[in-house]
Design a binder for this molecule. Structure first.
Ligand code: BGC
Length: 736
């Protein structure tokens, strides 16, 4: 449709129809063969509202979506198709590693490819929109949703944010439309959802406007610049105002400043939750606040559908405001080509052919291997495939639940487990699995849960004894330890981010009988692993590696590939350090900024990761030391030499510090990175361009600009590098 046709469609719609375009129903409303309207009662909406609903979330499958779309269009007076939306996060059926793991690759192309594959699979299953990427900056590892973010750094997050949006949506067609095989992408959660007090999900967020602009907004803006079609609000209150009622955030910042022109959708029931926040007295007031603030679609409540009509009729919401919101929804449908083809890519035959095909699995396997971070290794890794006396044990030895908590469409039976992959290469290993999750006994109240706990604890005891006996006879033990898949994710915050106690007991018992222990760490967040670091001969962090996790682990463990991941979030020394992140400020007493019982620095910093070889960095050289504003550029270079015996990839990282500024600046900030593959004995020179734009920040007067003076530039293999030199912006060289 062209704009005039869309406009005339809008004009021909009744007030009821318009309000219902902003209603998003969950899958509960839809049975297998027909529409159910039972849940409508809870929503306080009518059957007609259901028939006119503009979108639905969580329904998938080509056949089902086609059927529902057909019924809906027959019922809807103007035959307007519905939008089918869902959370396709790190893959649809072929799960890639969780987003936090993808951040560790420092390779946005991985995320782009993952998003392309996710879009291809989800599109043939009938979906139109994915609620991804989640680009919330995450500095507190207690928060369960750090697994969905790419970590603690705004620059890294922004690179991944843009890559994911372009992977899902692809290049637009000549009319700006979303092509076949692609999805509309929804950035989330706007804004600052990743900074809840105490790391407790949904909690209040207090951040100064300077910090919001400086650190939290950039990755959302990167999505907007990459063309994201939707933006989702967040659950949190931000400086005392829930984001779904924050007009400044949604209209001023998102639309006017960032230039977002797509659809704003609430998070699940976050409009109705304005009542719980104590901001609205009832659903009607909640609807009024959210609509005025700029939320277009009401996800999973009936606040809009039940109240907008009256609010418009009595003048509390202007007709123009409603029309604008509805037009944006119609425009999105049009951008997806739904008026011409309401079923878009839904295709049962293609579902069979494409989903989990060899090419998708291979991409997931390669991606996973590039995301693993080698935290420790005294040379025990890689293992020889001829190793016949290997014990592989623990909760993830043969576990398909390693795709991450948000891989809601991936089936665990499609996952390649560690056992399955190892058996393909080296016969004769012993595998002993334990359950992966033991609830915290103190948190259980219900008798059935307590009984289940007792049964699981007894099983764990028995399995652990078998593991220790087998460890006595094994030459090498691979212990798979960490967090079960559902120990991170939404509403899964933890106060104790160590490896569960029963696994640590197993670790100690095994170490007591066998010194050759390699730990494969499975996790959705940074964990406190001080003891493992001290006693294991190697620690390979494999996160939640996805459908091809087992294969990717085998590729690294047996040396088919060298690990190259670098941490996208600092691993704390102890939970009391949290939040701990590399780009903090220095204090006035840097040497005293620590604890009596812990250092000020994390156990493993952002950007850290080893491999099977070693790299030597030359000093940083600059082609000149004076940078001028207005297009000038300094070339900063290092030469990196592979001083070991294996070809491997290094992520060379560029950090900058503004030495003296009108507002305090972080000790250093990531400004660029490059990945280089280097052969043993080979040296490669890596060159970065530094321009004035990279030096901008929010000055004392909240102007986003650079200030003349000295800047330190660091280039190394981790954020703790001291490989430093200095240059001056718009200023003469001075002695430092
Ligand atoms: C989550 C969102 C998600 C939505 C729809 C909410 O609970 O916060 O990230 O997109 O549910 O499933």
């Amino acid at each position: 449709m062209d704009r005039a046709q869309l406009k005339s469609l809008l004009e021909s719609m009744t007030l009821e129809e318009k309000a219902d375009q902003l209603l998003q129903l969950s899958s509960n409303f839809f049975g297998d063969d027909r529409m159910l309207t039972g849940p409508a009662l809870d929503f306080g909406i009518s059957e007609d509202d259901v028939k006119n609903a503009g979108s639905v979330l969580g329904v998938t499958g080509a056949a089902k979506i086609k059927r529902l779309q057909k019924i809906q269009m027959e019922n809807q007076a103007h035959h307007i198709p519905m939008l089918f939306m869902a959370d396709v996060i790190n893959g649809y059926k072929t799960a890639f590693p969780i987003p936090l793991a993808q951040g560790a690759s420092f390779n946005p192309d991985i995320a782009k490819k993952g998003a392309e594959i996710a879009a291809r699979e989800a599109a043939v299953s009938g979906l139109h929109v994915t609620f991804s990427p989640m680009v919330d900056l995450a500095r507190d590892a207690r928060w369960g949703r750090v697994m969905e973010s790419t970590g603690e750094d705004k620059y890294l997050n922004s690179c991944f944010a843009a890559a994911m949006v372009s992977g899902y949506q692809g290049e637009p067609d000549e009319n700006g439309g979303i092509k076949s095989g692609k999805l509309a992408s929804c950035l989330k959660h706007f804004a600052a959802y990743g900074a809840p007090e105490g790391g407790r999900d949904y909690n209040n967020v207090e951040l100064s406007e300077r910090t919001l602009r400086e650190d939290y907004f950039p990755s959302y803006e990167a999505c907007v610049k990459a063309g994201a079609s939707l933006a989702m609000t967040s659950f949190n209150t931000l400086n005392h105002l829930p984001t779904s009622a924050n007009r400044w955030l949604l209209r001023e910042v998102l639309r006017n400043e960032m230039g977002f022109d797509g659809v704003v959708i609430s998070d699940w029931a976050s409009i109705e939750e304005l009542i719980w926040h104590g901001l609205a007295a009832d659903k009607k007031e909640a609807a009024k606040l959210a609509m005025s603030a700029g939320v277009d679609i009401d996800m999973a409540t009936g606040c809009y559908a039940a109240n907008l009509k009256e609010l418009v009729k009595n003048g509390e919401i202007s007709q123009t405001l409603l029309d604008e919101a509805v037009m944006r929804v119609l425009e999105l449908k049009n951008k997806l080509g739904l008026f011409e083809n309401p079923f878009k890519d839904a295709d049962e035959t293609k579902e069979e052919a494409i989903i989990l095909c060899g090419a998708h699995r291979k991409a997931a396997r390669d991606a996973a291997a590039e995301c693993f971070v080698l935290l420790e290794n005294d040379g025990i890794l890689p293992l020889s495939e001829k190793n016949r006396n290997l014990l592989v044990a623990g909760p993830f030895a043969d576990n398909g639940r390693i795709v991450g908590n948000w891989s809601i469409f991936a089936d665990e039976k499609d996952t390649v487990t560690v056992k399955a992959a190892f058996e393909e290469i080296c016969g004769g290993c012993t595998f002993i699995s334990t359950p992966d999750y033991l609830a915290d006994r103190d948190m259980l109240e219900n008798e059935d849960d307590i009984k289940h706990w007792e049964k699981t604890a007894a099983e764990i005891k028995k399995d652990s004894e078998r593991i220790v006996q087998a460890a006595k006879k094994a030459e090498t033990v691979i212990l798979t330890l960490g967090e079960a898949q559902d120990m991170s994710g939404e509403a899964h915050s933890r106060t104790d981010i160590s490896i569960p106690g029963w696994q640590m007991s197993l670790f100690r018992d095994v170490i007591a009988v066998n010194k050759n222990v390699i730990v494969l760490l499975f996790t959705g967040r940074p964990l406190c692993v001080k003891e493992i670091k001290a006693y294991a001969r190697a620690v390979l962090n494999v996160w939640m590696p996805g459908t091809e996790g087992g294969h990717a682990i085998a590729d690294i463990v047996f040396g088919k590939k060298a690990p190259s991941g670098k941490l996208p979030m600092s691993f704390p020394y102890s939970v009391g350090q949290v939040p701990v992140y590399y780009n903090a400020f220095t204090t006035g007493r840097p040497h005293l900024a620590k604890y009596l019982d812990a250092p000020g620095k994390p156990l493993y910093p952002f950007g850290y990761g080893k491999t099977y070889t070693t790299f030597k960095y030359s000093e940083v050289t600059l082609d000149k030391r004076r940078l001028l504003s207005g297009g000038d550029c300094i070339k900063a270079s290092v030469t990196v030499t592979n001083t070991g015996n294996m070809e491997a990839m290094e992520t060379v990282q560029l950090y900058i510090r503004d030495v003296i500024a009108s507002a305090v600046r972080p000790v250093k900030e990531l400004k660029d990175f490059q990945k280089v593959m280097i052969k043993p004995g080979e040296s490669k020179t890596v060159v970065f361009e530094i321009k004035e734009e990279k030096l901008r920040f929010y000055t004392k007067d909240m102007c986003y600009k650079s200030e003349p003076g000295a800047f330190s530039v660091f280039i190394g293999g981790s954020s703790d590098t001291n490989n430093e030199t200095v240059f001056w912006l718009d200023d003469e060289e001075k002695t430092m």
